[in-house]
Design a protein. Sequence first.
Length: 138
Amino acid sequence: MPKSARTIRLQRLQGQLGEVAYELTKVDFSGFRTTHRWQPAINAYLCDKCLRICVDLAGVKSSEIELELSPTSLTLRGSRTLPEPADTHNPAMQVLAMEIDHGTFEREIALPPGVDRRRVRAEQQNGMLWIHLPLQHH
């Protein structure tokens, strides 16, 4: 086989390998969109006179959070938009990782007996939602 034919064949193989490598490294997250709700992480603390719950809700506006209190549980619902770069002069070219949950969320937390439902309060601080649940005096 003449050298020029071998070179052309090798170049064709390199091109095909390049196409295969491109297909293997393409990131397509369209199939990863879930229809179920995600659950935000919490820390719960039992104090002497109250129960305090810290909910990780970075990037969620307080207007997007719904709290529902029943005699036995606290339910949080809401939505977080997908965090994306907003720089129009330097747009993202490819998604390399997508680990931050987004979309609708819901989390139900079982409560101990004796929560004083009239004095419950919540506040956001640095992306955390703090829920203060006073306990009734016995």
